[in-house]
Design a protein around this ligand. Structure first.
Ligand SMILES: Cc1ncc(COP(=O)(O)O)c(C=O)c1O
Length: 427
């Protein structure tokens, strides 16, 4: 499921395509559903898939990498080799922990980049999204507290929901989660089971957690005894500046489980990510993985492993960085030129998103429904979707990697003109 695409609108505003057995005439009644299904709400994925399919609409909503940059010739080569040379082996069942060679390659890559581990610390996943699901299943009982950044990645909230946690959102500034606020809450008696963070170019804000705060977070986890789930989906897409150490590399008590992904640096359709954790946690996660889907695609793992062996992923990532930095600059310049001055936005050092903040009385969901979609033919993700328990209406997430330069200029300038009209009415 393309969760990057997904926006959960406040109920009643959007008709998602969640299954309603009563409406479909099925004899099954909602009485038969497990209690956890109360947390599994319809969402607007159907709406967004329609947006994506509408050629007249410019969507800045999805977290799509630029498909024109996928290394198609190289992928064609490695798939051919996997099938023609390795034959049946590439199409057979395999171990649920994942292709041993790929695990070793990812461990070596991680170690070379400063997060030391061995292949025993790596579990191959169906995208890092599966890690969000499995780690929550492994650690979270109903009623347990998960601390997140506020706002946070919608796909994580959706993955955590069936475990019936309670959420505590910690506010952010330009240096990421305000760990001093977290510390205050902990001193007041907050007892989290798990803290979920996206320290690098956070989704949705694009903000990076400072090195000082990373150290503070680890110290708090040690002192107050909670686990950390570190989601590094965007870490390798840094355009400027120096990367701070991962939380995992600062972890001395095996409190951090780190998730990585090939989605943004190679191709999301491969559905390949990984978890990096202590051997005992990885073994437990492997049991859950076996129960969930047996294993990742043998063929995709073989192809990814061959790609890492034959080609230079880092050189490919350099190409992506250049292209996305240019698009990011283009989007922000166009916003500066065309949006009302009251709209502020983040200028991320990497990743795929900028986060816009409108004046307090501006409702970005209503604006998208009533104006952006119909009049400018532009979609974005209203910010309210990303708050675990607050309800801030005056933000929006814009993706800059998935659209052409021409569409970025066309969509942003059309939206700017409409915003000026609408905001003149508010003032
Ligand atoms: C922060 C974050 N984590 C995890 C994911 C899941 O990515 P994948 O399952 O493709 O690795 C996404 C996708 O957009 C994301 O933004």
């Amino acid at each position: 499921m393309a969760l990057a695409l997904l926006i959960a609108m406040p109920q009643g505003q959007w008709q998602g395509n969640g299954i309603n057995p009563e409406a479909s005439g099925s004899p099954m009644s909602t009485n038969h559903l497990a209690q956890r299904m109360e947390t599994v709400q319809p969402n607007a994925i159907g709406e967004l898939l329609k947006f994506g399919a509408d050629p007249g609409l410019i969507s800045f909503a999805g977290g799509y990498p630029d498909g024109s940059l996928f290394p198609l010739a190289q992928l064609n080569d490695v798939y051919q080799t996997a099938i023609l040379q390795n034959g049946a082996q590439s199409l057979q069942y395999t171990v649920s922990d994942g292709d041993p060679k790929l695990r070793a390659q990812l461990a070596a890559r991680s170690t070379a980049k400063g997060t030391t581990c061995t292949s025993d610390n790596i579990l191959i996943l169906q995208g890092s999204q599966q890690g969000l699901d499995l780690v929550a299943k492994m650690l979270v009982d109903p009623g347990d507290i998960i601390v997140t950044e506020s706002p946070t990645f919608l796909g994580a909230i959706i993955a955590f929901h069936p475990c019936q946690p309670r959420y505590v959102g910690i506010p952010m500034d330009e240096n990421g989660m305000k760990t001093e606020v977290l510390e205050q809450r902990l001193k007041e008696g907050l007892k989290p089971k798990l803290l979920y963070t996206i320290p690098d170019f956070q989704n949705p804000t694009g903000v990076t957690l400072s090195f000082e705060r990373r150290k503070h977070l680890i110290a708090l986890a040690n002192q107050y005894d909670f686990m950390i789930l570190e989601d590094t989906a965007y870490r390798e897409l840094r355009y400027v500046g120096v990367e701070p150490a991962t939380l995992k590399s600062l972890d001395t008590q095996d409190r951090v489980i780190m998730l990585g992904s090939l989605s943004k640096v190679l191709a999301p359709g491969l559905r390949l990510g990984w978890a990096n954790g202590s051997v005992s946690m990885i073994q437990k996660l492997g049991l859950l993985k076996l129960a969930a889907d047996t294993q990742c695609s043998t063929l995709n793992m073989a192809a990814a492993s061959l790609y890492l062996e034959r080609y230079n992923l880092d050189a490919h990532i350099e190409t992506l960085r250049d292209a996305y930095q240019r698009k990011k600059n283009l989007m922000l310049e166009t916003i500066r030129l065309h949006f009302p001055q009251e709209v502020s936005f983040t200028d991320p050092e990497g990743g795929l998103f900028t986060w816009l903040t409108f004046p307090n009385d501006f409702d970005s969901t209503r604006f998208m429904r009533d104006y952006a979609l119909s009049k400018a033919k532009v979609a974005y993700v209203p910010g309210s979707s990303f708050f675990p328990n607050a309800n801030e209406l005056n933000h929006a997430r814009f993706n800059f990697s998935g659209q052409t330069d021409a569409n970025i200029v066309k969509g942003i300038s059309a939206l700017g003109a409409l915003l000026k009209l609408e905001m003149a009415k508010l003032s």
